[in-house]
Design a protein around this ligand. Sequence first.
Ligand code: SF4
Length: 600
Amino acid sequence: METDRIFEEFPAPSYRGAQEQALRDIKAAFDDGNDVVLVRAPTGSGKSLLARAIAGCAEKVDEVAPSEAASAYYTTPQVSQLDDVEGDDLLQDLSIIRGKNNYNCILPGETETPVDQAPCVRESGYDCSIQHRCPYFSDRAIASNRSIAAMTLAYFMQTAGSEVFRKRDVVVVDEAHGLAEWAEMYATVELSPETVPMWDDLKVPDVDGDVERAARFADSLQGTATRRKDDLLVETELTAEQAKERDRLQELISELGWFVKDYRDRDSATEWVVDQPDGEGSPANVKPMNPEKYLSHTVWERGNKFALLSATMLDKDAFCRGVGLDPSRVTLVDVPHTFPVENRPLYDLTQGKMTFEHRDETIPKLARTIVQLMQRHPDEKGLVHCHSYAIQDRLREHLRDLGVGDRLRTHGKDDRDAELDVWKARSDPELFLSVKMEEALDLEGDLCRWQVLCKAPYLNTGDSRVAHRLEQGQWAWYYRAALRTVIQACGRVVRSPDDKGHTYVADSSLLDLFERARTDMPDWFAAQVDRMSEPTLPELSAREALAGMNGARANPSSSFSSQSGGGDDDGDDGDDGGYSRGRRRSRKQGSEMADVWNHD
Ligand code: SF4
């Protein structure tokens, strides 16, 4: 790695805020011999530009022996982050490659067919005469040859071991705070009708909490899946559905094989847990407690030097432990927040607790407070972080009863991105009742001026992995995870030095969280908490709350017309909100956090 190049590789014509100092600190950290540098860079620090400068320091192909690693990878778990990179004029030399189902085949008659279902995938030995022009294979060839290949973390992990995307000199992971959780999610073996093609023919035993039984079942399922795949492989031509099934079976076989092998390995440090809440015959998840081994192969062996960037890597040693890094080989570079603290105010509007047993009391009070906030911001768009669809549903009902339904927009699990796009495009000051949108959302300026945090975003204690950690006393980890989400959420509405966004805290458990996790707060967030004040709100008036709307909609109930999933009662803390198993979803399906896994 040639860190002397870091300043010339910075892609913007001039520095903003603390960027130049950040580059100096990052350079010094690598020059000190650290293999991994964590860069804690808050919103607006130009994180992607710093990432580009670091990637530019990778050895060039013509500077090293052919056997040595050169060039760089840029990767991020967030599809929206990759989209932002693609749209940024300053980052045009990052060569982006996405999963196969983001591209369509270009053969006559197949132009609506995604590449992962095209003839070259369906037909055995198919030799495509125009592969050199195929959009997927062209992008892949370009990315594999360019000095910075950019891809989602899902694609990056899946290409571990690939000849095309071999080890490089530098790997930059953007939005890296959730790396451990992503690795856990990718390494989870999900057994359900959606993931096991011959599910209906299976006799699924009761494996809840019984890893040995789950391993025996996985062993036998692996055999069944292998036979089924072999049957498909003898076919000369497959339908698109069969091709999909074959690929899924291949993936399932390797997931099951990895679990069984690791579980039976006496030297393996990985602990496994099994969740099957509905017992025999129902879906089950087999999860590793410590995914370090998974990251070692898929990430840490893919580069010589690593830079991990995020606003919310809160505790260096804990982060390192969680992802299998030796903290002594890692340095943290802290980039200061340069947005004025008065532009990102926090307000205490706590209405009580939002835990399941307190909701009946708290939600009606919260709904009334939200109407008063609508009055306080009559012309400005707002966002409510509902935390779960159950809370979203009840809050919507109360707000409708209070007469402000015309100013609301909500989403379900299947239309979250579509409704978000509509809300962002609206000129009316709608209030968006969102679920799990604390990250990967850029709401600069008038896109959103105020937001409400309904509930302390604690992880679901019903998840055996979470329960297991709490049994081991890992409370600091539990509070830190919630704080991280809160800090991410607060950053949604203040995106530039001149931007201003108000955040209202509605759950009294959040105040408790701020106290418990105080030592994990970056200074710039602690400054926000210290300035938190209680605003005076007007007397409740639905008419005033709707004053900024430009007349009634043609169909006032339209914002409630697509509530697929809106009625889910997830009951308690935590809800996957569309996040779980993001790996199975494609960008075309609109998942914010996922990408596909087919890469060959
Ligand atoms: S390589 Fe495959 S996806 Fe690409 S044009 Fe040929 S058949 Fe279609």
